[in-house]
Design a protein around this ligand. Structure first.
Ligand code: PHE
Length: 319
Protein backbone atom coordinates (compact mmCIF):
# COMPACT_ATOMS: atom_id res chain seq x y z
CA UNK A 1 0.00 0.00 0.00
CA UNK A 2 2.76 2.41 1.01
CA UNK A 3 4.81 1.70 -2.12
CA UNK A 4 1.80 2.22 -4.36
CA UNK A 5 0.96 5.50 -2.61
CA UNK A 6 4.56 6.66 -2.84
CA UNK A 7 4.56 6.10 -6.63
CA UNK A 8 1.32 7.94 -7.14
CA UNK A 9 2.36 10.88 -4.99
CA UNK A 10 5.69 11.34 -6.71
CA UNK A 11 4.11 11.35 -10.17
CA UNK A 12 1.36 13.80 -9.20
CA UNK A 13 2.12 17.35 -10.34
CA UNK A 14 -0.84 19.49 -9.37
CA UNK A 15 -2.98 20.14 -6.33
CA UNK A 16 -6.08 18.45 -7.77
CA UNK A 17 -4.45 15.06 -8.38
CA UNK A 18 -2.74 15.26 -5.01
CA UNK A 19 -6.14 15.80 -3.40
CA UNK A 20 -7.53 12.76 -5.21
CA UNK A 21 -4.69 10.65 -3.85
CA UNK A 22 -5.39 11.92 -0.36
CA UNK A 23 -9.06 10.86 -0.70
CA UNK A 24 -8.11 7.51 -2.24
CA UNK A 25 -5.89 6.56 0.73
CA UNK A 26 -6.89 8.63 3.72
CA UNK A 27 -10.54 9.54 2.96
CA UNK A 28 -13.55 8.09 4.82
CA UNK A 29 -13.64 5.19 2.41
CA UNK A 30 -9.95 5.35 1.65
CA UNK A 31 -7.68 2.33 1.41
CA UNK A 32 -5.83 3.07 4.67
CA UNK A 33 -9.08 3.82 6.48
CA UNK A 34 -10.49 0.49 5.34
CA UNK A 35 -7.40 -1.31 6.78
CA UNK A 36 -7.97 0.51 10.08
CA UNK A 37 -11.53 -0.81 10.16
CA UNK A 38 -10.21 -4.36 9.77
CA UNK A 39 -8.41 -3.85 13.08
CA UNK A 40 -11.60 -4.43 15.10
CA UNK A 41 -12.10 -7.90 13.67
CA UNK A 42 -8.56 -9.06 14.49
CA UNK A 43 -7.79 -11.27 17.47
CA UNK A 44 -6.79 -9.30 20.55
CA UNK A 45 -3.09 -10.28 20.47
CA UNK A 46 -2.55 -9.19 16.86
CA UNK A 47 -4.19 -5.76 17.31
CA UNK A 48 -1.18 -3.76 18.67
CA UNK A 49 1.22 -4.99 16.04
CA UNK A 50 -1.13 -4.44 13.11
CA UNK A 51 -2.27 -1.16 14.57
CA UNK A 52 1.30 0.09 14.80
CA UNK A 53 2.04 -0.86 11.19
CA UNK A 54 -1.10 0.75 9.76
CA UNK A 55 -0.46 3.90 11.79
CA UNK A 56 3.04 4.12 10.46
CA UNK A 57 1.78 3.73 6.88
CA UNK A 58 -0.83 6.42 7.47
CA UNK A 59 1.70 8.87 8.91
CA UNK A 60 4.15 8.17 6.14
CA UNK A 61 1.53 8.82 3.43
CA UNK A 62 0.45 11.97 5.24
CA UNK A 63 4.04 13.16 5.37
CA UNK A 64 4.66 12.41 1.68
CA UNK A 65 1.45 14.20 0.71
CA UNK A 66 2.44 17.32 2.68
CA UNK A 67 5.93 17.37 1.25
CA UNK A 68 4.59 17.05 -2.26
CA UNK A 69 2.08 19.80 -1.59
CA UNK A 70 4.88 22.14 -0.54
CA UNK A 71 6.83 21.29 -3.66
CA UNK A 72 3.87 21.94 -5.95
CA UNK A 73 3.17 25.28 -4.23
CA UNK A 74 6.75 26.32 -4.68
CA UNK A 75 6.72 25.41 -8.38
CA UNK A 76 3.51 27.35 -8.95
CA UNK A 77 5.02 30.42 -7.34
CA UNK A 78 8.10 30.20 -9.54
CA UNK A 79 5.89 29.84 -12.61
CA UNK A 80 3.92 32.93 -11.60
CA UNK A 81 7.06 35.01 -11.17
CA UNK A 82 8.43 33.70 -14.43
CA UNK A 83 5.38 35.13 -16.18
CA UNK A 84 5.74 38.65 -14.78
CA UNK A 85 9.49 38.74 -14.92
CA UNK A 86 11.01 41.78 -16.65
CA UNK A 87 14.14 41.41 -18.74
CA UNK A 88 16.02 44.55 -17.84
CA UNK A 89 18.56 43.93 -20.60
CA UNK A 90 15.97 44.37 -23.39
CA UNK A 91 16.08 47.73 -25.22
CA UNK A 92 13.22 50.11 -24.36
CA UNK A 93 10.29 50.83 -26.66
CA UNK A 94 11.04 53.80 -28.93
CA UNK A 95 8.87 56.89 -28.59
CA UNK A 96 8.30 59.65 -31.14
CA UNK A 97 10.12 62.77 -30.07
CA UNK A 98 9.09 66.32 -30.89
CA UNK A 99 11.47 68.92 -32.24
CA UNK A 100 11.63 72.62 -32.95
CA UNK A 101 9.53 74.01 -35.79
CA UNK A 102 11.49 74.72 -38.99
CA UNK A 103 10.79 78.42 -38.62
CA UNK A 104 12.08 78.51 -35.05
CA UNK A 105 15.25 76.78 -36.22
CA UNK A 106 15.79 79.28 -39.03
CA UNK A 107 15.12 82.16 -36.66
CA UNK A 108 17.67 80.86 -34.13
CA UNK A 109 20.21 80.20 -36.85
CA UNK A 110 19.92 83.81 -38.04
CA UNK A 111 20.01 85.16 -34.50
CA UNK A 112 23.25 83.27 -33.89
CA UNK A 113 24.77 84.65 -37.09
CA UNK A 114 23.91 88.27 -36.30
CA UNK A 115 24.81 87.95 -32.62
CA UNK A 116 28.25 86.73 -33.68
CA UNK A 117 28.59 89.95 -35.70
CA UNK A 118 27.76 92.06 -32.64
CA UNK A 119 24.01 92.57 -33.05
CA UNK A 120 21.70 92.43 -30.05
CA UNK A 121 18.22 90.84 -30.13
CA UNK A 122 15.31 93.10 -29.12
CA UNK A 123 11.57 92.60 -29.43
CA UNK A 124 8.56 94.85 -29.72
CA UNK A 125 4.76 94.72 -29.46
CA UNK A 126 2.61 93.06 -32.12
CA UNK A 127 -0.12 95.62 -31.54
CA UNK A 128 1.26 98.97 -32.66
CA UNK A 129 0.10 102.54 -33.07
CA UNK A 130 0.19 104.25 -36.44
CA UNK A 131 2.92 106.63 -35.30
CA UNK A 132 5.51 103.88 -34.60
CA UNK A 133 4.36 101.72 -37.51
CA UNK A 134 4.12 104.51 -40.13
CA UNK A 135 4.61 108.20 -39.26
CA UNK A 136 7.94 107.89 -37.44
CA UNK A 137 9.10 105.72 -40.35
CA UNK A 138 8.48 108.59 -42.73
CA UNK A 139 5.41 106.89 -44.19
CA UNK A 140 2.82 109.59 -44.79
CA UNK A 141 -0.94 109.40 -44.42
CA UNK A 142 -1.52 108.89 -48.14
CA UNK A 143 0.83 105.89 -48.46
CA UNK A 144 -0.95 102.77 -49.78
CA UNK A 145 0.54 100.61 -46.98
CA UNK A 146 -1.62 102.56 -44.54
CA UNK A 147 -4.79 101.55 -46.36
CA UNK A 148 -7.27 99.43 -44.40
CA UNK A 149 -7.20 97.08 -47.37
CA UNK A 150 -3.61 96.18 -46.55
CA UNK A 151 -3.47 96.32 -42.74
CA UNK A 152 -5.47 95.03 -39.77
CA UNK A 153 -6.76 97.98 -37.74
CA UNK A 154 -8.32 97.88 -34.26
CA UNK A 155 -9.23 101.55 -34.56
CA UNK A 156 -7.91 104.60 -36.43
CA UNK A 157 -4.66 104.71 -34.48
CA UNK A 158 -4.08 101.07 -33.51
CA UNK A 159 -3.21 98.13 -35.73
CA UNK A 160 -1.33 94.85 -35.91
CA UNK A 161 2.18 95.86 -36.96
CA UNK A 162 2.68 95.42 -40.70
CA UNK A 163 6.45 95.01 -40.34
CA UNK A 164 9.15 94.85 -37.64
CA UNK A 165 10.44 98.33 -38.57
CA UNK A 166 8.61 100.09 -35.68
CA UNK A 167 11.12 98.34 -33.41
CA UNK A 168 13.80 100.51 -35.07
CA UNK A 169 11.89 103.53 -33.78
CA UNK A 170 11.32 102.10 -30.29
CA UNK A 171 14.99 101.17 -29.98
CA UNK A 172 16.33 104.54 -31.14
CA UNK A 173 13.98 106.39 -28.79
CA UNK A 174 15.33 104.32 -25.93
CA UNK A 175 19.05 104.07 -26.66
CA UNK A 176 21.82 106.37 -27.67
CA UNK A 177 23.86 105.49 -30.77
CA UNK A 178 25.95 103.62 -31.75
CA UNK A 179 23.77 100.54 -31.79
CA UNK A 180 23.28 97.29 -33.67
CA UNK A 181 20.09 95.31 -33.20
CA UNK A 182 18.00 92.60 -34.80
CA UNK A 183 14.31 92.05 -34.03
CA UNK A 184 12.51 88.86 -34.98
CA UNK A 185 8.75 88.86 -34.78
CA UNK A 186 5.35 88.23 -36.30
CA UNK A 187 3.88 90.77 -38.66
CA UNK A 188 0.43 91.05 -40.19
CA UNK A 189 -0.92 91.97 -43.60
CA UNK A 190 -4.12 91.35 -45.52
CA UNK A 191 -2.71 88.88 -47.97
CA UNK A 192 -3.19 85.18 -48.58
CA UNK A 193 -1.91 82.86 -51.29
CA UNK A 194 0.84 80.28 -51.82
CA UNK A 195 3.56 82.90 -51.23
CA UNK A 196 1.78 85.24 -48.77
CA UNK A 197 0.30 84.70 -45.32
CA UNK A 198 -1.73 87.24 -43.32
CA UNK A 199 0.65 86.47 -40.47
CA UNK A 200 4.33 85.89 -41.18
CA UNK A 201 7.70 86.42 -39.56
CA UNK A 202 10.29 89.09 -40.18
CA UNK A 203 13.67 89.89 -38.79
CA UNK A 204 14.59 93.53 -38.68
CA UNK A 205 18.17 94.73 -38.59
CA UNK A 206 19.42 98.19 -37.66
CA UNK A 207 22.95 99.49 -37.37
CA UNK A 208 23.60 103.11 -36.43
CA UNK A 209 27.07 104.59 -36.08
CA UNK A 210 29.28 107.29 -37.56
CA UNK A 211 30.24 106.88 -41.22
CA UNK A 212 28.09 103.84 -42.00
CA UNK A 213 27.92 103.17 -45.74
CA UNK A 214 26.20 100.84 -48.20
CA UNK A 215 29.37 98.72 -48.16
CA UNK A 216 28.76 97.90 -44.47
CA UNK A 217 25.23 96.87 -45.37
CA UNK A 218 26.33 94.73 -48.29
CA UNK A 219 29.10 93.04 -46.32
CA UNK A 220 26.74 92.22 -43.44
CA UNK A 221 24.18 90.70 -45.79
CA UNK A 222 26.84 88.77 -47.71
CA UNK A 223 28.18 87.32 -44.47
CA UNK A 224 24.65 86.30 -43.47
CA UNK A 225 24.00 84.76 -46.91
CA UNK A 226 27.24 82.76 -46.86
CA UNK A 227 26.45 81.35 -43.44
CA UNK A 228 22.83 80.49 -44.27
CA UNK A 229 23.18 79.34 -47.88
CA UNK A 230 26.83 78.30 -48.12
CA UNK A 231 30.16 79.84 -49.16
CA UNK A 232 29.15 80.21 -52.82
CA UNK A 233 26.13 82.40 -52.03
CA UNK A 234 26.26 85.85 -53.60
CA UNK A 235 24.26 88.98 -52.82
CA UNK A 236 22.89 91.55 -55.27
CA UNK A 237 21.36 94.92 -54.39
CA UNK A 238 18.70 96.30 -56.72
CA UNK A 239 17.41 99.85 -56.45
CA UNK A 240 14.03 100.03 -54.78
CA UNK A 241 11.97 102.28 -52.55
CA UNK A 242 10.99 102.34 -48.89
CA UNK A 243 9.86 105.57 -47.18
CA UNK A 244 12.23 104.99 -44.26
CA UNK A 245 15.43 104.30 -46.21
CA UNK A 246 17.34 106.28 -48.81
CA UNK A 247 18.74 104.78 -50.94
CA UNK A 248 16.63 101.61 -50.74
CA UNK A 249 17.30 98.13 -52.11
CA UNK A 250 15.69 94.82 -52.85
CA UNK A 251 18.25 92.18 -52.00
CA UNK A 252 18.66 88.99 -54.03
CA UNK A 253 20.70 85.94 -53.07
CA UNK A 254 22.35 83.73 -55.69
CA UNK A 255 21.47 80.21 -54.62
CA UNK A 256 21.36 76.99 -56.66
CA UNK A 257 21.49 78.81 -59.99
CA UNK A 258 18.88 81.48 -59.33
CA UNK A 259 18.67 85.04 -58.01
CA UNK A 260 16.11 84.93 -55.23
CA UNK A 261 14.66 87.98 -53.56
CA UNK A 262 14.85 87.58 -49.80
CA UNK A 263 14.78 91.00 -48.20
CA UNK A 264 14.42 94.74 -48.32
CA UNK A 265 17.10 97.12 -47.03
CA UNK A 266 18.59 100.58 -47.27
CA UNK A 267 20.35 103.46 -45.56
CA UNK A 268 18.30 105.00 -42.75
CA UNK A 269 16.47 108.07 -44.07
CA UNK A 270 17.53 111.36 -42.36
CA UNK A 271 13.87 112.05 -41.63
CA UNK A 272 13.68 108.88 -39.50
CA UNK A 273 16.72 110.04 -37.51
CA UNK A 274 15.07 113.42 -36.97
CA UNK A 275 11.86 111.72 -35.77
CA UNK A 276 13.74 109.95 -32.97
CA UNK A 277 16.00 112.89 -32.09
CA UNK A 278 19.23 111.64 -33.70
CA UNK A 279 21.24 114.24 -35.60
CA UNK A 280 21.47 113.02 -39.21
CA UNK A 281 24.61 115.12 -39.70
CA UNK A 282 26.40 112.99 -37.09
CA UNK A 283 24.75 109.61 -37.38
CA UNK A 284 24.28 107.26 -40.29
CA UNK A 285 23.01 103.72 -40.49
CA UNK A 286 21.59 100.87 -42.45
CA UNK A 287 18.43 98.85 -41.91
CA UNK A 288 17.07 95.65 -43.40
CA UNK A 289 13.97 93.53 -43.03
CA UNK A 290 14.03 89.91 -44.06
CA UNK A 291 11.23 87.37 -44.26
CA UNK A 292 12.02 84.24 -42.27
CA UNK A 293 9.53 82.08 -44.16
CA UNK A 294 11.05 83.29 -47.41
CA UNK A 295 14.55 82.31 -46.29
CA UNK A 296 13.35 78.90 -45.14
CA UNK A 297 11.53 78.38 -48.45
CA UNK A 298 14.62 79.23 -50.48
CA UNK A 299 16.98 77.19 -48.34
CA UNK A 300 14.80 74.07 -48.12
CA UNK A 301 12.91 74.31 -51.41
CA UNK A 302 9.50 74.73 -49.79
CA UNK A 303 6.93 75.67 -52.42
CA UNK A 304 3.88 76.71 -50.39
CA UNK A 305 4.21 79.19 -47.53
CA UNK A 306 0.98 77.83 -46.03
CA UNK A 307 2.81 74.61 -45.10
CA UNK A 308 4.43 76.49 -42.19
CA UNK A 309 1.09 76.87 -40.42
CA UNK A 310 -0.75 73.69 -41.48
CA UNK A 311 0.91 71.66 -38.70
CA UNK A 312 0.94 68.59 -40.91
CA UNK A 313 3.46 66.25 -39.25
CA UNK A 314 4.43 64.84 -42.65
CA UNK A 315 5.75 68.32 -43.47
CA UNK A 316 7.15 69.11 -40.04
CA UNK A 317 9.03 65.80 -39.77
CA UNK A 318 11.11 66.70 -42.84
CA UNK A 319 12.96 69.54 -41.13
N1 PHE B 1 9.91 97.00 -43.47
C1 PHE B 1 10.13 96.61 -44.85
C2 PHE B 1 9.04 95.62 -45.25
O1 PHE B 1 8.36 95.13 -44.44
C3 PHE B 1 11.46 95.95 -45.02
C4 PHE B 1 12.59 96.88 -44.76
C5 PHE B 1 13.11 97.00 -43.47
C6 PHE B 1 13.13 97.65 -45.77
C7 PHE B 1 14.17 97.86 -43.24
C8 PHE B 1 14.18 98.49 -45.53
C9 PHE B 1 14.71 98.60 -44.28
O2 PHE B 1 8.89 95.34 -46.37
Amino acid sequence: LLIEAKDEISSANDMASLNNIRIKYLGKKGLVTLEMKKLKKLPQEEKPKFGAVINKVRNEIEKLLNEKMEEIRKNEKIKKFEKIRVDVTLPGAKRDKGHLHILTKVQRELEDIFISMGFEVVEGPEVEDTWHNFDALNTPEWHPARDAQDSFYFDEKTLLRTHTSPIQIRTMLEKKPPLAIISPGRVFRRDYDSTHLPMFTQMEGLYVDKNVTVRHLKYTLEEMARRVFGESAKVRLKPSFFPFTEPSYEVDVWFQGNWLEILGAGMVDPNVFRNVGYDPETWSGFAFGLGLERIAMVKYGIKDIRDFIRNDVRFLENY
